[in-house]
Design a protein around this ligand. Structure first.
Ligand SMILES: Cc1cc2nc3c(=O)[nH]c(=O)nc-3n(C[C@H](O)[C@H](O)[C@H](O)COP(=O)(O)OP(=O)(O)OC[C@H]3O[C@@H](n4cnc5c(N)ncnc54)[C@H](O)[C@@H]3O)c2cc1C
Length: 401
């Protein structure tokens, strides 16, 4: 049992980047400098998907830059080095098979097999407690859309839906057998109801004593705090543990654009403050019920992570309570992940992997969210710069003394 040290600080760059050699730190710094260039990122995120599709030789460049910074490798075996490096510092890994937006049944079956491979791969590794899954990786988007809209499915579509259920069931059964958790990602609001339905069914079946399955709650939606409360009530009544991964949400612009185009009220909160308020309230809600909720705070927001650590302390939970997890994306917010781990909490990196060409959409999202805001350096760039300066100073100090 690890007592919560207080206050947790996310400022210690020596802890944050101890896993990076000087060469590795400098490489990350140079890549973030490129991403920070707004016009370059604007152009790159538009041209790269096109160049990949056109078969232009850009994969090598992508592999040595964004892919290397944000992904574990093309295969599970290639991820092993990263997993071991993180585990040496006590950081866990969540395997995220990064292939997105498939259309055909054979592709859905292949994704299912890849996730099953990931579960078997993770089983003997003490520092890989979860895999993640996007339901759009095992189900046609249009089918989810139709089910969400409450449109009756044809007999063929009903069979198709049954096959989706079967795929997820196989994944959860394997996960339970190998003692691995499954995090079901949240996606666009117009396909989310059937994703919630699937996650709820699996939680009901597999979360009897602790959580095998976690659903994801996007607090940038104004209706999700109420949905979290309803999900908790349903879990209480159904006698199962609620698995709750809390995120703010990744599709804000797309959501707003669609709502405006089709003329319905946007599901997104009116402003960032409202989103932050609900996210933090969701943390409080879950932490106050930790014996019945398995919580993963999935955020790069320092205030929200700090709130969770402070409340955990007030409620006298051990930092390594088995129902309390934190997670950040690989290549981002190492200051949060590594300092949380240093303070005794369970923190994990979401580690995407897969063929370079397939993870392009993911890489483009990461590049966009890390570019400069109004000419300012991104937070990642500032942290890397501080650590480079700190190392230079301590080298000079060592040379003098
Ligand atoms: C481990 C992990 C797993 C994730 N899984 C998912 C997932 O399954 N599904 C998913 O959708 N996302 C997922 N995300 C991404 C996440 O939703 C956020 O996009 C991202 O983490 C940024 O939010 P933040 O809490 O880190 O921090 P912050 O930087 O504090 O918040 C930025 C976020 O706030 C919200 N926001 C910004 N401006 C406004 C505004 N004006 N009004 C309302 N809201 C606003 C947006 O969601 C934006 O992304 C995941 C993130 C992590 C770290």
């Amino acid at each position: 049992m690890h007592a919560v040290s207080d206050p947790v600080s996310f400022d210690d760059t020596a802890v944050a980047f101890a896993h990076r050699s000087d060469a590795d730190l400098n490489r990350a710094y140079r890549i973030y400098q490129l991403i920070n260039n707004r016009p370059l990122t604007w152009l790159g995120t538009r041209l790269t998907p096109w160049a990949i599709q056109a078969g232009l030789p850009v994969k090598g460049l992508l592999r040595s830059t964004l892919f290397r910074l944000f992904c574990g490798g093309e295969t599970l075996q290639e991820c092993e080095e990263v997993i071991h490096r993180l585990s040496r510092f006590g950081v866990y890994t969540i395997l995220d098979y990064g292939v997105e937006a498939k259309q055909r049944e054979d592709e859905f079956d292949r994704t299912t097999d890849s996730i099953l491979d990931a579960i078997r791969f993770a089983a003997p590794l003490s520092h890989v407690p979860f895999v993640s899954i996007k339901i759009t990786g095992i189900c046609r988007f249009a089918l989810l859309e139709k089910r969400h809209a409450g449109v009756a499915l044809s007999p063929e579509e009903q069979q198709e839906w049954q096959r989706v259920n079967d795929r997820l069931l196989r994944i959860c059964m394997a996960a339970q057998q190998h003692r691995i958790g499954v995090m079901v990602d949240a996606e666009e609001s117009w396909i989310q109801d059937p994703i919630d339905e699937l996650a709820d069914q699996m939680m009901q079946r597999f979360n009897r004593s602790s959580a095998v399955v976690l659903n994801t709650f996007q607090l940038y939606r104004h209706d999700r705090l109420a949905f979290l409360r309803r999900s908790f009530e349903a879990a209480q009544q159904g006698g199962y543990v609620l698995g709750a991964k809390l995120v703010r949400g990744a599709y804000m612009e797309k959501e707003r654009r669609r709502a405006a185009r089709l003329g319905y009220a946007s599901p997104i909160q009116p402003d960032k403050a409202a989103c932050d308020r609900d996210f933090d309230e969701a943390i409080r809600f879950c932490l106050h019920r930790l014996s019945a909720v398995f919580l993963c705070v999935a955020s790069h927001n320092e205030k929200s992570n700090l709130l969770a650590t402070q409340l955990a302390r007030q409620l006298r939970y051990p930092a390594d309570h088995p129902h309390l997890w934190f997670s950040q994306l690989f290549g981002m917010s190492d200051n949060i992940t590594f300092n949380l781990t240093h303070a005794g909490f369970r923190a994990a990196k979401y580690l995407p992997y897969g063929p370079v060409a397939e993870v392009v959409p993911y890489l483009m999202r990461r590049a966009q969210e890390n570019t400069s805001v109004a000419g300012m350096s991104s937070r990642e760039l500032l942290l890397l710069r501080r650590e480079r300066q700190r190392r230079k100073k301590s080298d000079r100090h060592a040379a003098v003394s």
